[in-house]
Write a protein that binds this ligand. Structure first.
Ligand code: NAD
Length: 280
């Protein structure tokens, strides 16, 4: 059993906490927002009770919520052995957080960065432990997805990759290890697709329903790009495309103005109840 620190209790942090605790690990879940922690706690208790109906398979789901400690102060992470960071996809926020995590967490702890697009090497450079930092790009919803994109930063050691992979295997997941690059493999492709799908709606070529139907009915994808965007969160999509635009300095990553307007209007997708589609 490992004591795992999870920073950020939004969509991803909550899922990561659920996944580790349902496999018997202890989790210290930290968020600067008390409301986010309260929502996460409710979600974790609900998952403990009803996860079976959703297809949860964690062998220690019963009693899992008692293995989670909630905190607004990162000082609570002073004895974690492994850390997964899932705060907002914003370089300014991550850059400010990592030196503080580095000072508080035990020197031997490995840090896994759960980011959609920010280069892992850039994050690692904010700490004195770049060999013990790697990317762990979980898929959403975390407990239901069995594969994680694992990213090797410039200085990431083979030992760190092996520690992280063993931990993932122990929570029912496998890792596909790739080298560092903005957006890695998944989001360098997916974000361009989603952005182009938003342009199609903005240009009046098709409705959101029609765009997605082409992907689901013609290509047989389980979800279209716009329903996927709603699931990820339109704010997170916009942040991720911005990261790609800044890092590659290439106009092909320019965010569609419609996406920016929807985010400004508070239409953040599934988590806000409204995005390209409406949610109960
Ligand atoms: P979210 O907006 O749902 O949650 C982010 C949380 O981070 C919020 O609760 C916020 O209060 C907290 N936070 C922000 N700054 C903080 C700080 N300095 N200290 C502590 N807490 C802080 O976002 P999310 O969708 O959970 O995404 C989190 C990360 O995971 C992002 O980097 C994102 O790119 C990545 N990611 C998201 C998805 C997805 O499908 N949503 C998939 C893979 C990876």
């Amino acid at each position: 059993m490992t004591r795992v620190g999870v920073v950020g209790a939004g969509v991803m942090g909550t899922g990561v906490a659920q996944n580790f605790t349902e496999h018997g690990h202890e989790v210290v879940l930290v968020d600067r927002s008390k409301e986010a922690l309260d929502r996460a706690q409710e979600e974790i208790v609900r998952y403990e009770r009803f996860g079976g109906l959703l297809g949860a398979t964690g062998p220690q789901r019963e009693g899992m919520s008692e293995r989670v400690t909630y905190a607004t102060d990162i000082a609570a992470l002073d004895s974690v052995e492994f850390l997964v960071e899932n705060i907002t996809e914003n370089w300014g926020l991550k850059k400010e957080l990592y030196p503080r995590l580095d000072a508080i967490c035990p020197a031997e702890a490995v840090f896994a960065v759960n980011t959609s697009a920010i280069p892992i090497t850039k994050v690692a450079a904010q700490t004195g432990r770049p060999d013990r930092i790697l990317g762990m790009h979980f898929m959403n919803p975390v407990p239901m997805k069995d594969t994680v994109e694992v990213i090797r930063g410039w200085h990431t050691s083979q030992e760190t990759i092996e520690t992280a992979t063993a931990l993932l295997n122990g929570v029912g997941k496998k890792g596909v290890v790739v080298n560092d690059s903005p957006g890695f493999v998944s989001n360098r492709v997916l974000m361009l697709t989603i952005n182009e799908a938003v342009y199609l709606v903005a240009d009046g070529v098709a409705t959101a329903e029609q765009v997605d139907e082409i992907f689901t009915s013609c290509f047989g994808h389980r979800m279209g790009p716009l329903a996927t965007a709603d699931l990820i969160g339109l704010d997170t999509i916009l942040y991720s495309i911005d990261v790609l635009y800044e890092n590659f300095n290439d106009s092909k990553y320019r965010p569609c103005p419609l996406l920016q307007r929807m985010v400004d209007a508070g239409l953040h997708g599934r988590k806000s109840g409204q995005g390209f589609f409406t949610y109960a």
